[in-house]
Write a protein that binds this ligand. Structure first.
Ligand SMILES: [Fe+2]
Length: 156
């Protein structure tokens, strides 16, 4: 399995989210490395647990960020996060109940989901932030709208 190569096309331009995505990509790559080295389940399983924990943390933070922004698609986006968490829970249940879960299958599912989600859904948050900033820029540079400062001068 190929490792994920981080490049600018994965970046939203929002540092808070990008840093977390980069960390997740790092965890996925660490797992891929371990699988390639033929490491046993005793190493792979806790790493998967770590990745799942971080994913949950990241989703909470990204959802809080979307809430702060009043991002209009946040509910659909949240549903998609929930879909992944449910799927991962199902994998964990399978493991717990001793059904065979190939780490390669789980990892390739996570990797595909992560790339697809960043490129399709998360990217739109970045576009929304830029749009908001552009609107704010236009409002801030509006001329003759700042009545308060001239009124203050007259107050003496
Ligand atoms: Fe997301």
């Amino acid at each position: 399995m190929k490792k994920i190569q981080w490049d600018d096309c994965l970046s939203l331009g929002v540092k808070r989210v990008d840093d977390q995505h980069r960390h997740m990509v790092g965890l996925v790559n660490e797992l891929i490395d371990n699988l390639h080295q033929g490491k046993g389940e005793e190493i792979v399983r806790p790493l998967l647990g770590k990745l799942r924990e971080y994913t949950v943390y990241h989703f909470h933070d990204e959802e809080a960020f979307m809430e702060e922004l009043r991002y209009p698609e946040r509910h659909e986006h949240q549903q998609e996060h929930k879909r992944l968490v449910d799927q991962v829970k199902q994998y964990q249940r399978d493991i717990y109940e001793h059904r065979t879960v190939a780490p390669v299958a789980l990892l390739s599912f996570l990797k595909d989901w992560l790339l697809d989600h960043i490129l399709k859904m998360d990217m739109q948050i970045g576009a929304f932030v830029r749009e908001k900033e552009a609107q704010k820029g236009v409002a801030d540079s509006g001329q003759g709208k700042d009545f308060t400062s001239s009124e203050k001068k007259n107050d003496g």
